[in-house]
Design a protein around this ligand. Structure first.
Ligand SMILES: Cc1cc2nc3c(=O)[nH]c(=O)nc-3n(C[C@H](O)[C@H](O)[C@H](O)COP(=O)(O)OP(=O)(O)OC[C@H]3O[C@@H](n4cnc5c(N)ncnc54)[C@H](O)[C@@H]3O)c2cc1C
Length: 408
């Protein structure tokens, strides 16, 4: 696992996998090593995490490291939450030479980070916005996303790969529009390009994607434009981040929940957290100069532990994915519905021998296991059925995965 991870720019993984929702209770006394020039510190860590015989320290060792901190000898950073964001933060910080601890109350990646659409977006939709709104900020975002996409695939090629995605066109203007747009996407990618996009005739398209409808949306298929994005094994990538952070020296502990914060009696500043090991039931204190709140959709509940009067910041939304049998999509080729009836994007992607279709975006309550609603499942099946020559039946969708995220 760790052998494939390059030390340069670890933060890339976290940035591509999740937005950073964090509260830094900062302390200016923290200093970090500059990784840009390498140096002996970085070389030593690189050797450690790329050594195939390196072993992630045991759970007991990690717990002892967290318990070993004190008010006079605190960690530099304590991260709350072991999703993509928290593990990315921990890895980034530890490779900068900081003493880092991370606690996750369930298992690593048990939250949003294991229930994504599994795409490593290069930001094709931001490009559309950048062009139509002449928005340089959006364009910068595309450059950044494309660079990060390539970096994640290079860092963890065993968990991420380039995935061709087919865009069906039932009008000639659509074919021209998407061809031009996706060629611009290739151009903007420059040296970070995965593969060139290309147009396929209707006949070539159905050969590549046998379930694609020749007559969909009451129109004849004119052709498709296939472009490349990244696909990742989100949960394993998350666990790889946690393990690599641990190999690099961070103390990472799953099934350990922050239940309250410790304060400096003199000035009220947060100086650590009271943690419960949810397996043994044991409770202990961990001291840190900075606490990072990387609890994703649960950020507000962690903020409330620090300040019971804190105003809620998170506006939660949930997204549903439907898991279909494998024959809905060929192996190694995804399909994108660029505009559903209400203007949304729906993907249909091969995933571990099945087809995953989604997603939706609806208001929801915050729970660890959000339930999909029937109308959300119907919406997805309806959106893809226009594009397929097989009838999409509700009883065929073996599972619906719901996932929480936050709108800022
Ligand atoms: C429907 C949907 C599809 C998506 N698709 C993609 C995609 O294709 N590609 C992509 O890159 N991104 C995608 N995303 C976004 C991505 O999944 C999220 O940005 C990312 O997973 C957020 O990670 P996180 O670490 O911030 O949150 P989470 O993964 O939710 O992690 C937060 C963790 O904090 C823990 N926690 C909470 N309270 C405590 C506490 N008191 N003590 C200890 N631990 C605590 C929780 O148990 C949880 O594991 C998608 C999001 C959604 C909703």
């Amino acid at each position: 696992m760790a052998t494939a991870i390059r030390l340069r720019r670890f933060g890339a993984i976290a940035a591509a996998s999740g937005a950073v929702y964090y509260t830094l209770l900062s302390n200016p006394s923290i200093s970090s090593n500059d990784r840009s020039g390498g140096g002996p510190f970085l070389t030593a860590i690189k050797q450690k995490i790329t050594d195939p015989f390196s072993v992630v320290p045991s759970r007991n060792v990690q717990e002892s490291a967290l318990m070993g901190s004190s008010s006079s000898n605190p960690l530099d950073i304590l991260v709350v939450g072991g999703g993509a964001t928290g593990c990315g933060v921990a890895l980034d910080a530890t490779t900068r030479g900081l003493r880092v601890g991370l606690v996750e109350r369930e298992d690593f990646s048990s939250g949003t980070s294991s229930r994504s659409t599994k795409l490593i977006h290069g930001g094709v939709r931001y490009l559309e916005k950048a062009i139509f709104n002449l928005d340089y900020g959006q364009l910068k975002l595309v450059f950044h996303a494309l660079e990060e996409r390539k970096q994640v695939i290079d860092n963890a090629p065993h968990l991420c790969h380039a995935l061709p995605c087919m865009t069906p066109c039932f009008e000639w203007f659509e074919a021209i529009y998407y061809w031009i747009g996706l060629k611009m996407y290739d151009l903007v990618a420059g040296r970070h390009l995965l593969h060139l996009s290309r147009y396929y005739s209707a006949q070539e398209s159905v050969e590549l994607f046998p379930t694609l409808a020749r007559n969909g949306k009451d129109k004849t298929l004119k052709g498709t434009v296939v472009y490349y994005d990244g696909q990742m094994n989100d949960s394993r990538l998350n666990v790889a981040l946690a393990c690599t952070a641990a190999l690099a020296g961070a103390a990472v502990l799953n099934h350990a929940e922050v239940i309250s914060f410790l304060r400096d009696e003199a000035n009220g500043r947060i100086i650590g957290a009271h943690i419960r090991n949810n397996i043994s039931g044991k409770e202990f204190d961990t001291y840190a100069k900075v606490v990072v709140n990387a609890a994703g959709p649960f950020c507000d509940s962690v903020r409330k532990l620090a300040d019971k009067d804190a105003k809620m910041m998170i506006s939660p939304s949930s997204g549903v994915h439907v898991v279909l049998p494998d024959y809905y999509s060929p192996e190694g080729m995804g399909l994108i519905v660029p505009k559903t009836k209400d203007g949304r994007v729906v993907f249909m992607l091969p995933w571990l021998g099945r087809t995953v279709a989604g997603t939706t975006d609806s208001n929801t309550k915050i729970t660890m296991l959000p339930e999909p609603h029937e109308d959300e499942i119907d919406f997805i099946l309806d959106a893809i059925s226009d594009y397929l020559n097989v009838k999409v039946l509700i009883h065929e969708s073996s599972a619906a995965i719901t996932c929480l995220s936050c709108r800022s």
